[in-house]
Design a protein around this ligand. Structure first.
Ligand code: E4P
Length: 222
């Protein structure tokens, strides 16, 4: 499984990058607003993220355009920021058409806000490079996000779209979301920094380390 970080915060991206586990970055309008991002700085900020992670690491920058024409224009514009930009589009009729055009131009699209298998299949058909089902938001409304993810992964994996299509497990809130996504065989989990830190921690690791340190102190002190 690949780990993406779900944030627009440069320090968090630098920290995850320093761990050597970062395969990608996803952002969205809410995450950019959360860091106090300004409209005028958006492209510059996406450029900074692309630079931190390096050219081989995909960075999703979301378009807020409403028409197919504007999505294509914004997608083409965003793609010029850096070679690792992925254009993120919310699934709808307009974005399917835009995805198809951007795909033909060689610009990768991450289809976001995906909540059903038919949506995922349509995204794959249109030419999306990545598909992002939101597991946590299903849980928020009392549905089982992991069960929904499993259905979407299975449906997409049943077919050969003639090009690489990867499922990004999005709206990840807990280490268990990561475990379950990996068991299902979802390609990627995009994880916020707080959840990524929870993935790294375990109380038995802490206890074990404490004991090793105490015992080693005895060895050192004779
Ligand atoms: C995915 O790409 C989205 O940015 C993200 O995972 C949304 O997560 P949320 O439901 O916690 O806002």
């Amino acid at each position: 499984m690949k780990f993406f970080i779900d944030t627009a915060d440069l320090d968090e991206i630098r920290e995850a990058e320093s761990w050597g586990v970062l395969d990608g970055v996803t952002t969205n309008p809410s995450l950019y607003a959360k860091i106090g991002g300004k409209l005028a700085d958006f492209e510059d900020h996406m450029g900074k993220i692309c630079k931190i992670v390096g050219e081989d690491v995909p960075v999703s920058a979301e378009s807020t355009a409403k028409t197919t024409e504007d999505m294509i224009a914004e997608g083409e514009h965003l793609a010029k920021i850096a070679p690792n930009i992925v254009v993120k589009l919310p699934i709808c009729a307009e974005s399917l058409a835009a995805t198809h055009q951007l795909y033909k131009e060689g610009i990768p699209v991450n289809m976001t806000l995906v909540f059903s298998a038919p949506q995922a299949l349509l995204a794959a058909s249109a030419g999306a490079r990545y598909i992002s089902p939101f597991v946590g938001r299903f849980d928020d409304i009392g549905e089982d996000g992991i069960e929904q993810l499993a259905t979407m992964v299975q449906c997409v994996k049943n077919y050969d779209f003639g090009r690489e299509v990867e499922i990004i497990t999005a709206s990840v809130r807990t280490p268990n979301h990561v475990t379950q996504a990996a068991l299902i065989g979802a390609d990627i989990a995009t994880v916020p920094m707080a959840a990524l830190k929870k993935c790294l921690a375990h109380p038995l690791t802490d206890q074990g380390l404490e004991k090793f340190e105490a015992d080693w102190k005895k060895v050192v002190e004779g």
